[in-house]
Ligand binder design. Structure first.
Ligand code: HEC
Ligand code: HEC
Ligand code: HEC
Ligand code: HEC
Ligand code: HEC
Length: 325
């Protein structure tokens, strides 16, 4: 049975939201959305990537229980200690992934990209498993508790498997509603997506439209592109200090030969060092100025607006790590 009915409480929250329209809609540096109630400090638990979140009714039923299984654990939406997805080379990945059905940058002649443009690599497919809007947010392989193992490794969610979740006592779940984030930039039929509620500008409900990248990646910073491997006059790219073939290259700002999470990296998944989503973003959050400080907005590894105490980041700091402009 399908439960695609908006509960009454949601409608009233929506109305409060409309009353607040216009507040907090200004553009913020690095893209952070002020409508978020996450403190964005300390750990991923306090960020928007904690998908168990409920700020209205902490610990009780949440509006999102209507749209996804609430596994009540933060990491499990992305990782599992056992039975991880064997189709993708990503850390203990617990999610169904899209095998690579994307439209990618298509202007090779103008920029000399021939032979360097590839489909998104593993360090992008992880993010896209939620952000392309084709796979249910709760589509994991290993649900907490014994026996909760199954699901498709590639493609879309096995909703019959996900429906077995509410049978376990004491945790919220939903039968028949395993929503995806939404269509491209919030377009299309949003009725079976998180965008059903999360696509209202200026409302108290955070607006996810910009987070819904879709499968046409031509309007996003190019990913899957092999980075230049020669540098010097005429090449507008900076050379990463450390290059480890078949693994990654990174801009080693503290010179210790170790890829810290606040250092931009290029992932080598067989086609040479490439730009992927996780080159620029760390999905767990990076403190803006040492432990205990607020994370850099938009899960960026380096701030694109404000330098930290070590002078890293600042206006276009992220972009200028790679681009010598
Ligand atoms: C029925 C409407 C509705 C649907 C559908 C819905 N949400 Fe929400 N969501 C809300 C409301 C209302 C809030 C704000 C209240 C709160 O923070 O608890 C919210 C807040 C959130 C937050 C906290 C945001 C922040 O930064 O403060 C997250 C994360 C979230 N939703 C995720 C999701 C995901 C993922 C889906 C789809 C699986 C989803 N929601 C579907 C109504 C909905
Ligand atoms: C929203 C998805 C998401 C959640 C939730 C999440 N992670 Fe991750 N995690 C990732 C991705 C994606 C990577 C791979 C990043 C890359 O490509 O380098 C990763 C990588 C890691 C790594 C490998 C080293 C590193 O930092 O890149 C560890 C360890 C890790 N996560 C631990 C955790 C723990 C512990 C939790 C829960 C507290 C957690 N993660 C929650 C997405 C997530
Ligand atoms: C398990 C699903 C999931 C995965 C995997 C995931 N995300 Fe998200 N992400 C979300 C949801 C849901 C939101 C919106 C939450 C909210 O608004 O509270 C979000 C929000 C974001 C935001 C917006 C933060 C802001 O306010 O600007 C960024 C940036 C982001 N994700 C990047 C990434 C990147 C990069 C990866 C991979 C390294 C990734 N995400 C992996 C579900 C996911
Ligand atoms: C070259 C660096 C870079 C790469 C690669 C990259 N991003 Fe981003 N991303 C950014 C920056 C910078 C912002 C903040 C932009 C802003 O202020 O709007 C951002 C913002 C976002 C947002 C928040 C919405 C928005 O537009 O502000 C999401 C979601 C996101 N990125 C997801 C991804 C995903 C998924 C990938 C891989 C397909 C990816 N990003 C690849 C740099 C990058
Ligand atoms: C991790 C390295 C890296 C970072 C960081 C990075 N870029 Fe790029 N960028 C590339 C590569 C590689 C290309 C491929 C273009 C080529 O080879 O001609 C590219 C291409 C581009 C292009 C041209 C492609 C097009 O769509 O026309 C623009 C514009 C661009 N980047 C802007 C930015 C901006 C703005 C930022 C900061 C938000 C940024 N880049 C951060 C590596 C990076």
């Amino acid at each position: 049975m399908s439960l695609k009915i908006i509960p009454k409480v949601m409608l009233s929250i929506g109305l409060v939201g409309i009353g607040m329209a216009g507040i907090g809609t200004a553009a913020f540096a690095d893209g952070w959305d002020p409508n978020s109630k996450a403190t964005n400090i300390g750990s991923i638990t306090n960020t928007r990537h904690n998908l168990t979140l409920d700020y209205l009714n902490a610990g009780g039923p949440t509006p999102m229980d209507f749209a996804r299984n609430n596994y009540t654990e933060v990491c499990v939406y992305c990782h599992t200690p056992h039975g991880a997805n064997s189709q993708i080379n990503a850390p203990l990945w617990n999610r169904t992934v899209n095998p690579g059905n994307y439209t990618v940058y298509d202007r090779p002649t103008t920029l000399g990209l021939e032979g360097r443009m590839n489909l998104p690599g593993p360090s992008s497919l992880t993010c896209l498993s939620c952000h392309d809007g084709t796979i249910a947010i709760d589509s994991i392989l290993n649900m907490p508790g014994s026996g909760g193992y199954g699901n498709n490794e590639l493609g879309t969610a096995d909703t019959t498997f996900l429906d077995t979740w509410p049978a376990m006592a004491g945790r919220d779940g939903t039968v028949g509603n395993h929503f995806t984030l939404g269509g491209e930039l919030g377009s299309g039929d949003l009725n079976s997506t998180c965008g059903l509620c999360h696509s209202t500008a200026g409302s108290l409900i955070p607006d996810f439209r910009l987070f819904m990248l879709g499968t046409d990646l031509r309007n996003d910073h190019v990913v899957g592109i092999t980075y230049p491997t020669t540098f010097g006059p005429g090449i507008d790219y900076n050379e990463p200090e450390v290059i480890i073939p078949n693994k990654w290259s990174f801009f080693d700002s503290n010179g210790n030969n170790f890829a810290e999470k606040d250092e931009v990296r290029l992932y080598d998944s067989g086609n040479g060092p490439a730009v992927e989503c996780a080159s620029c973003h760390d999905p767990h959050g990076i403190p803006s100025n040492g432990p205990g400080t607020e994370f850099i907005p938009s899960f960026l590894r380096i701030s694109n607006s404000t330098p930290n105490n070590d002078g890293i980041g600042g206006p276009s700091g992220l972009c200028l790590t790679c681009h010598a402009k």
